[in-house]
Design a protein around this ligand. Structure first.
Ligand code: GLN
Length: 185
């Protein structure tokens, strides 16, 4: 299985050891051609405005929307979750594939980044140390979106069909449980 990592900017390399341990092939995706060659895609954390700019410039938004609409599994991590969202800060989303609305940088400045212990029954995790790096807040989830985990009242790990979004960074933790789940979709 070829698992794409959107490699325009951000924390895509950190996913590679996880994917290798899961015995799948990581493929860095930077253009429309490589997008056509993958079975699923991780959109990493980073800076969503920069990734959105490059996605537009490289003509990747429509092909990406088409692949997602035809059932390709996709997982957005932090900035990746922002890019997948239907609404960003009250405006129409970028890829606009997942019925969530997000507020960027809602937990404060870079310095307010932190680790929160969260529970994720779906993955059998009781006290998972989720790492939030200038994370967005998911402030609304639409119909058919399942909330797998929350931080206080806020959803932080959601799923609709074969789409996942996490506002924290599982690639920075040692275990492969999120990657295994994504690959199983
Ligand atoms: N603050 C970033 C943004 O708004 C997201 C941060 C991250 O991906 N860790 O795009």
């Amino acid at each position: 299985m070829r698992v794409g990592l959107l490699g325009l900017q951000g924390a895509f390399l950190d996913h590679i050891p996880h994917l290798e341990r899961c015995k799948v092939t990581p493929v860095v995706v930077r253009d429309v051609q490589s997008l056509a060659s993958i079975d699923r895609l991780i959109i990493p954390g980073g800076e969503s405005t920069v990734m959105a700019k490059f996605l537009r410039e490289f003509g990747m938004i429509e092909p990406l929307q088409e692949r997602i609409a035809s059932g390709m599994p996709v997982w957005g991590v932090c900035a990746g979750a922002i890019l997948l969202a239907g609404q960003i800060d009250g405006s129409r989303g970028i890829i606009d594939a997942l019925a969530i609305s997000v507020i960027r940088n809602a937990y404060g400045r870079q310095i307010a980044s932190d680790t929160h212990s969260i529970q994720i029954a779906l993955l059998g995790l009781k006290e998972y140390p989720a790492i939030f790096i200038r994370a967005p807040r998911i402030n609304c989830v639409g119909q058919g979106v399942t909330v797998h985990a929350s931080r206080d009242q806020d959803p932080v790990f959601v799923q609709k069909d074969r789409m996942l979004a996490s506002t924290f960074h599982p690639e920075l933790n040692a275990d492969d449980v999120f990657h295994r789940y994504f690959i199983s979709l």
